[in-house]
Design a protein around this ligand. Structure first.
Ligand code: ZN
Length: 252
C-alpha cells in the first residue's frame, strides 16, 4: 500500500518535472542572472558553523566577475550575475548516488527537486538558479564527494570546504556546477579524470600541446601530459572554451 502511494507521488513529481523541463530549458541571457546560495553545515561541526557565519557575498565576488568577463568575451555584451546568500538550511540535499545507475540517478533527481521545492520559501523570490552549498571542515573531511547540478529545475548540490585556504578552489567547483545547471557538460574521462582532447583543453591548438597553462572549466584539471593533469589553484587558471560557451547558449 505505502509502496504504491510512494510510486504515485514520484510519478506526480515526474509529471511536474516534465512540464517544467521545457519551460526553463533555455536561459534568456539578456536578462540578469540571480543566483541564490544556501549554506548548509554538512558535517555539523562548530568549526564549519563559524565559517558559514562569516560568509558574505564578497566571498563569491571573484566567481561573479569571472562569469561576467567570459560572458562579455563570447557575447560582446555583458551578462549581469547577482549572487545572494540565502538562509542557512538545516536539512541536507539527498545524497548523490555513488554508482550512477540510470534508475538511481532518475530517483535521486526527483528527490532533489522535491527537496528544493520543500526548502523554497516565498522570501527567496524567484532566483534563476539555486545552489545548495554543503560545507565540510577539511580537518575532518579529506576528500569531498562529487557535486551535481540539474539543468531542469536549475538547482545544484555543491560540496565545499569550510576553509579560507580552500576558498579559491571552492569557487572553481561552484562555477563548474553553475554552468552544469545551464547545460554545460563535463569534459573529462570519468575513469581517469583526465581532460578529453580537444574539448577539455583550454588551448587545444597550442604547439607543443604540453604543458597547458590553464584548465577548461568543465574539464576541471590542467593537462600537463597525455596521462597527467593537475588541479588549478584558482579560477584565474581556468577558462571557458568555445564548446562550453556553445552548450550554455553564449554562442550560436
Ligand atoms: Zn561536472
Amino acid at each position: 500500500m505505502w509502496k504504491k502511494i510512494r510510486i504515485l507521488c514520484l510519478l506526480v513529481i515526474l509529471l511536474i518535472v516534465a512540464v517544467n523541463a521545457w519551460k526553463d530549458k533555455n536561459q534568456d541571457w539578456r536578462k540578469p542572472v540571480f543566483v541564490l546560495l544556501h549554506p548548509i553545515n554538512a558535517d555539523g561541526l562548530p568549526s564549519t558553523q563559524r565559517y558559514i557565519q562569516k560568509l558574505s557575498v564578497q566571498d563569491f565576488q571573484g566567481a561573479q566577475a569571472y562569469l561576467q568577463e567570459h560572458a562579455q568575451q563570447y557575447r560582446g555584451q555583458p551578462i549581469y550575475f547577482y549572487f545572494n546568500i540565502g538562509r542557512q538550511l538545516k536539512v541536507l540535499p539527498p545524497k548523490v548516488p555513488d554508482h550512477a545507475r540510470l534508475w538511481d540517478v532518475v530517483l535521486w533527481s526527483l528527490k532533489f527537486r522535491y527537496y528544493a521545492w520543500q526548502q523554497h520559501q516565498k522570501a527567496d523570490g524567484a532566483p534563476s538558479l539555486t545552489l545548495f552549498l554543503n560545507y565540510y571542515d577539511p580537518a575532518k573531511t579529506r576528500e569531498l564527494k562529487h557535486s551535481t547540478a540539474l539543468e531542469n529545475g536549475r538547482i545544484g548540490s555543491v560540496n565545499l570546504f569550510a576553509s579560507k585556504k580552500q576558498a579559491a578552489q571552492n569557487k572553481i567547483v561552484l562555477v563548474h556546477e553553475l554552468l552544469h545547471a545551464f547545460g554545460a557538460t563535463d569534459k573529462y574521462e570519468i575513469a581517469t579524470g583526465q581532460p578529453i582532447y580537444p574539448i577539455g583543453y583550454a588551448f587545444p591548438d597550442q604547439k607543443p600541446l604540453f604543458p597547458q597553462a590553464k584548465a577548461e572549466l568543465m574539464a576541471g584539471h590542467i593537462p600537463v601530459s597525455e596521462t597527467k593533469s593537475k588541479m588549478p589553484d584558482s579560477l584565474e587558471q581556468t577558462l571557458i572554451n568555445a564548446q562550453t560557451a556553445a552548450e550554455i547558449g553564449w554562442v550560436k
